[in-house]
Design a protein around this ligand. Structure first.
Ligand code: NAP
Length: 269
């Protein structure tokens, strides 16, 4: 086989790749023949996933343990995005929620959320776009949430952080599209990943039909990226909900916010 016949493998860097939606991205992209750079804090879990995916699909899977709420973590991943073998797809997926309403939570926890959900997305997107624009191709998927479409929640910093991610991705996506590069916000609804249990959020009253599967979220997100969408909302139920939220009178939404005061009091104990 000549060099020219060797297929060029594409490489994706996924943050929060050790669990949930990020892990589903890793599994799907590895199966599709991508090489991977897997980022999260738990090095052992990342290593086990990388070994499993390499064994099963044969591609390369680097691990890059990093805490993306810290300056050191950002710097490490920025270096990987700007030097070394090129990254064709960045998936900014790592994100957290808090189980306490804003007025009762500790400021360091709120700051950690903003550093991970907002600043890491800003910094890694910025680092990835330079080389992508130079090459004239590449893509960034920023995992946001339907909570960013003005859903009033008692722990309001989470939905505010996701509103930023969606707006940011849509505006940057518009500006880089003519340069051959895509940026898309992926906005799932409730997805069964274990994040709520780990965060201590009681979801027992959410009906079974409202839950999405991580692999379906990833499939629809990648389909929408190929179509060139700037914002992807997986599943028709959530598409309908988002259309409603986008057009619902603010007065109605504020009324709903007032109704969540009970939840604030409950969450505060
Ligand atoms: P998850 O199951 O809790 O996984 C979170 C991932 O992020 C893990 O790999 C975790 O690994 C990593 N992570 C957490 N803190 C980190 C940090 N400081 N630095 C680096 N990595 C960190 O979460 P998920 O449910 O899959 O959510 C993924 C994304 O989807 C988030 O942005 C979330 O807001 C969004 N989303 C989720 C839902 C849902 O219902 N599940 C709905 C809408 C949007 P380590 O702990 O090892 O670092």
């Amino acid at each position: 086989m000549t060099d020219a016949a060797v297929p060029v493998r594409r490489r994706a860097l996924i943050t929060g790749a050790s669990l949930g939606i990020g892990e589903a991205f890793a599994r799907r992209l590895a199966a599709d023949g991508w090489d991977l750079v897997l980022v999260a804090r738990d090095a052992a879990r990342l290593g086990a996933l990388a070994a499993e995916l390499t064994g099963r699909h044969g591609g390369a899977a680097e691990t890059l343990p990093a805490d993306l709420s810290t300056d050191d973590g950002w710097a490490m991943v920025e270096r990987r995005l700007t030097a070394g073998s090129p990254v064709e797809l960045l998936v900014n997926n790592a994100g957290i929620s808090l189980d306490t309403p804003f007025v009762r939570s500790a400021v360091p926890d709120e700051v950690r959320l903003v550093r991970l959900n907002v600043l890491a997305v800003l910094r890694l997107t910025h680092a990835a776009l330079g080389p992508m624009i130079e090459r004239g191709h590449g893509a960034v998927i920023n995992v946001s949430s339907v909570a960013g479409f003005g859903v009033p929640m008692p722990g309001s910093t989470y939905s505010a952080s996701k509103a930023w991610v969606t707006n940011f991705s849509e505006s940057i996506g518009q500006s880089v599209a003519p340069l051959g590069v895509r940026v898309m916000a992926l906005c799932p609804g409730y997805t069964r990943t274990g994040i709520h249990e780990r965060t201590g959020i009681d979801m027992s009253r959410l009906p079974a039909w409202a839950w999405l599967r991580p692999d379906s979220v990833v499939d629809e997100g990648l389909r929408d990226l190929r179509k060139g969408k700037l914002v992807s909302v997986p599943d028709w139920k959530y598409k309908l909900a988002v259309a409603g939220l986008r057009h619902a009178p603010k007065r109605l939404l504020r009324g709903f916010t007032r109704d969540t005061r009970g939840a604030v009091d409950r969450a505060g104990g």
